[in-house]
Design a binder for this molecule. Structure first.
Ligand code: AGP
Length: 606
């Protein structure tokens, strides 16, 4: 939810810190700040709002230094303003923090009792004064070790010391943190994306570990303060300079990338030569697995719901799904023969990671469906199914959603064949259809103009409904979420068959309602539900697939037809107009499309 950067160099660092903070803004953008060391003192500057504002205020201040830390904030404690922005500093220590310190109130009382004066409303500031307090009697290693042990909750920290001009300390528990290695300089960052423009040599800290970053080398310690060795990974440099290209927004680019990302996903898993699916290094015998539980948040949860329909159709397994923030506190009945699948684009979502941690503690079979393979959820799962979508920057997930459901569909096909629930002939037919999907997505993306004109109507409404049945129901939920998070209009995804049990009362003259009714086995029933809302004055946007048969209904406000394919794959195509509808609605409203208000790309706090 926040972004951290630290640079220890033999040259000036302020500009590089600003550049990295701009890359980190997708993690949070309420406020920003940085601190450097120069001439034996900590120079701190912080502003409310975006990094651009911080950059402007730097012009009027001469913040020098060859060592510094920076931070972009998504507020958890204390309103977003310059006072609560990070870094938080005393005379001797400056700290940037991502996470939540759950015992900050008690610690603050203790420290005030010791004479420490607090300036902000944040939980983070207790870390500054705790370290300062311990440094009165302890070495740096002991002061850090003792401070970290007294903190309850989650943190990724970057710490500067007035008296140590060649030291940045990084520490991690529950929030991601990485070290990067450059030529006579080294880095600390929330994730590899922040560091990729400077290096592709990365080390990830695990929970409980901390590090001392010097210009020429880095030392790692475990939570007891004992030195440890850590691997240096070389990340693929093909995404080194990921940028918007000719697109106005990352989201627009990521929507248009979907034919390619789906093609890459298919290439990764489908063995065309043997007409099979390769799930490499699957660590269990299929007989050991009789049921599956899929867990995620937000869009990733919609992927889980979509997968439930496919697993039920293609396998004989019992399939459960859960929202991670519910699962982690539920009185779960853990079963050894159940496979727990964690779906997460970032691989750092705190609730999903906590659910995984709970399953690991109960020694369950765990599998991660992730986009960031260096992420915590990937590292701590027993098996990974990467979605291979490349970096997704837009806070509203698009290509990663299609990537998630693609890999889950492929996984369901494979499990179906492994359990002999899906016969080989049907399996082969489905693979043939699946390989056509990238082209069908490309065709469907051409509906652009029609969606642009329709989007304005949604902007005038006080709310809308998205209805679907069966395979279309998860897509209705996902489409509604897109509209909510981009245009700030209330939109509710609902099972079409449920409207008459209450929500029909919401329908009034001119209310826009999206009805997903492809010619699948639910078509006739959904069309009847559509007529129920039209009869009450709704303006229905019908999203169906191309077909010779006419749609059997009048007074449909607008119709969008996606390409046709087999029933399993229609959800991929139905998603496209809904992504574009949300995009154009937000564009017409002039909202920040890649960084919608109040949100962040990776929710690393609960
Ligand atoms: C999706 O558009 C949202 N940005 C959000 O719901 C997101 O899907 C959710 O926070 C889960 O993130 P993850 O996939 O990185 O775990």
């Amino acid at each position: 939810m926040c972004g951290i950067i630290g640079i220890n160099s033999n040259k000036q660092v302020t500009a590089s810190i600003i550049n990295s903070l701009k890359k980190l803004e997708y993690r949070g953008y309420d406020s920003a700040g940085l601190a450097t060391l120069s001439n034996g003192s900590i120079n701190e500057i912080k502003t409310e709002g975006r990094v651009d504002k911080l950059e402007k205020s730097l012009l009027s201040q001469n913040i020098e230094g060859s060592i510094g830390i920076g931070h972009v904030r998504w507020a958890t404690h204390g309103i977003p303003n310059s006072l609560n922005a990070h870094p938080h500093s005393s005379n001797n220590v400056s700290v940037v923090h991502n996470g939540i310190i759950e015992n900050s109130t008690i610690l603050k009382k203790f420290l005030i009792g010791k004479g420490h004066v607090f300036k902000s409303q944040t939980d983070t500031e207790v870390i500054v004064h705790l370290i300062t307090e311990h440094l009165k009697t302890d070495s740096y290693v002991d002061a850090i070790t003792k401070t970290l042990k007294s903190l309850h909750g989650s943190f990724a920290l970057g710490i500067l010391f007035k008296d140590e001009p060649d030291l940045i300390v990084g520490a991690r528990r529950g929030s991601p943190l990485a070290v990067g290695y450059g030529p006579s300089e080294n880095y600390l960052g929330s994730d590899s994306y922040a560091l990729k423009s400077m290096t592709n040599k990365i080390t990830y800290l695990n929970d409980g570990e901390f590090c001392f970053i010097k210009k020429d080398y880095v030392e790692f310690y475990n939570e007891e303060g004992i030195k440890i060795n850590k691997k240096v990974l070389e990340l693929s440099t093909d995404e080194k300079n990921y940028d918007k290209g000719e697109f106005k927004h990352f989201m627009a680019k990521e929507i248009e990338e979907q034919p390619l990302t789906v093609k890459n996903g298919i290439k990764e898993y489908i063995d065309s030569h043997n007409n099979d699916i390769n799930i490499h290094n699957f660590p269990w015998k299929i007989e050991e697995i009789s049921s599956i539980t899929l867990i995620g948040c937000g869009t990733a949860y919609h992927s889980c719901l979509m997968a439930k329909y496919w697993f039920e159709e293609l396998t004989s397994m019992e399939v459960n799904i859960d929202i991670a923030s519910e699962f982690r506190y539920r009185k779960n009945r853990f079963k050894k023969d159940n496979l727990y699948v964690f779906v997460s684009q970032s691989g750092e979502t705190a609730d999903t990671y906590a659910a995984l941690d709970l399953c690991n503690k109960n020694e369950m079979k765990t599998c991660a469906v992730v986009n960031v393979i260096e992420s915590s959820i990937a590292r701590d799962s027993k098996f990974i199914l990467p979605i291979h979508c490349g970096t997704e920057i837009g806070v509203a997930s698009t290509k990663a959603f299609l990537g998630q459901i693609l890999i889950l569909y492929i996984f369901a096909l494979k499990i179906g064949v492994m359990k002999k629930d899906l016969d080989i002939k049907k399996f082969s037919e489905k693979l043939v259809e699946l390989k056509k999907l990238p082209e069908l997505i490309k065709e469907t993306l051409l509906i652009d103009n029609k969606v642009q004109t329709i989007a304005g109507t949604f902007n005038e409404a006080k709310g809308s409904m998205y209805l679907g049945r069966g395979y279309s129901y998860p897509i209705a939920l996902e489409g509604a979420l897109k509209l909510k998070e981009l245009s700030y209009i209330h939109a509710e995804g609902y099972p079409a068959g449920e409207m008459k049990h209450g929500p029909l009362a919401l329908i009034e003259e001119g209310m826009p309602v999206v009805v997903l009714a492809p010619r699948d086995s639910y078509y006739k029933k959904t069309i009847s539900n559509m007529q129920e809302v039209i009869a009450r004055g709704a303006k229905v946007l019908l999203i169906t697939n191309k077909s010779e048969d006419e749609v059997t209904s009048e007074n449909i406000w607008e119709t969008i037809e996606v390409e046709s394919t087999n029933e399993d794959l229609l959800p991929f195509l139905l998603t496209i107009p809904l992504q574009k509808l949300a995009y154009y609605s937000a564009l017409k409203k002039g909202f920040d499309i890649d960084k919608p208000r109040n949100l962040a790309k990776s929710v690393t706090v609960e």
